[in-house]
Design a protein around this ligand. Structure first.
Ligand code: C2E
Ligand code: MG
Ligand code: MG
Ligand code: MG
Length: 283
């Protein structure tokens, strides 16, 4: 709609474009001025053993309650933080919160924490995370760091080094959203990994013959590389049944439990039942 004449150039923006640019700008301003420690928090989504043995871990997921924008989706938060060079700082803040919550969980339950490509590309950040684990006194074997394929693609050597340091401590590394990226399979055995997390877009296809074949192939790949396999985004009983039929050991999804505040999660653990309350439930 708006036309801007600049050095003889004519750029035509649509209304939608204008709105997008304005939203991005508002997001940038809100993030630059945010009280990060006060506005960021974590919710936790359970990870279950698919055969019904129980909760084995939780994934920490960031939430940003901005006084200006309200709730902002973590994908948008992370992408903007990466663009503004704020991600390492945000990761440190979130990880401190994760380490503070972890001791509230029973000993047998571990915690997954998501790292950005910019985190594993930064030796200083990983050094700081390792220092924080040491200070917390938490057994590093209770931690799993989740990274995405794109994170690995961009700088394989740097990622290998930093992930190697985390694994040397005893922490584990999971490849997140597997099956959505370029799936450079050659990379799978070059990168130190412990877990494959199969993206929920594949879980959604799992009850069709071709979807089942895909999961079966991923499962045998995981098995031959000695990787554990988690199916993400399990939303119904049919999908959960497939997970164990196909021999994948772990499942995560709304059927088993939504992301929720630690207090809510602990009540679910105590009551030892699968839990599907909304994440807005009181802590
Ligand atoms: P992710 O790490 O793959 O996390 C799983 C996402 O799927 C979460 O979205 C979760 O709420 C959602 N989910 C889980 N089960 C189901 C289901 O059954 N159905 C559907 N439709 N969705 C399900 P969320 O919390 O919005 O997070 C989105 C992404 O933002 C995460 O994807 C992760 O890539 C990123 N993220 C979240 N927290 C952090 C963080 O602390 N650090 C970094 N670097 N990234 C984070
Ligand atoms: Mg994740
Ligand atoms: Mg994922
Ligand atoms: Mg994801």
């Amino acid at each position: 709609h708006a036309k801007s004449h600049e050095r003889g150039q004519c750029v035509i923006f649509s209304r939608e474009h204008e709105a997008l640019i304005r939203d991005e700008h508002r997001l940038e301003t809100a993030l630059r001025h945010a009280d990060l420690d006060g506005e960021l928090s974590l919710v936790f989504q359970p990870i279950y053993e698919a055969r019904g043995i129980g909760m084995t871990g939780v994934e920490a997921l960031a939430r940003w309650q901005s006084p200006i924008l309200g709730q902002v989706a973590p994908d948008r938060l992370i992408a903007m933080a990466e663009r503004l060079g704020m991600i390492n700082q945000i990761t440190r803040i979130l990880f401190a919160k994760a380490l503070a919550e972890l001791p509230r969980l029973p000993d047998g339950i571990g915690m997954n924490f998501n790292l950005s490509v910019h985190d594993i590309a930064s030796p200083e950040t990983v050094h700081d995370l390792i220092g924080m684990i040491g200070e917390s006194g938490i057994d590093p074997r209770r931690l799993t760091f989740e990274i995405t394929e794109t994170a690995l693609m961009s700088d394989c050597a740097a990622a290998r080094a930093t992930l190697g340091r985390l694994r040397k401590l005893g922490a584990r590394v999971a490849l997140d959203d597997f099956g959505t990226g370029y799936s450079n399979l050659g990379m799978l055995h070059q990168i130190p990994l412990d877990v494959l997390k199969v993206d929920r877009s594949l879980a959604a296809e799992m009850t069709t013959p071709s979807g089942r074949a895909m999961i079966a192939a991923i499962r045998s790949l995981a098995q031959s590389l000695s990787l554990e396999c988690v199916i993400e985004g399990v939303e119904n009983d049919a999908q959960l049944a497939e997970v164990s039929l196909l021999g994948c050991r772990y499942a995560q999804g709304y059927l088993l439990g939504r992301p929720m505040p630690m207090g809510t999660l602990l009540r679910a653990v105590r009551e030892d039942r699968r839990h599907a309350q909304p994440e807005s439930a009181a802590a």
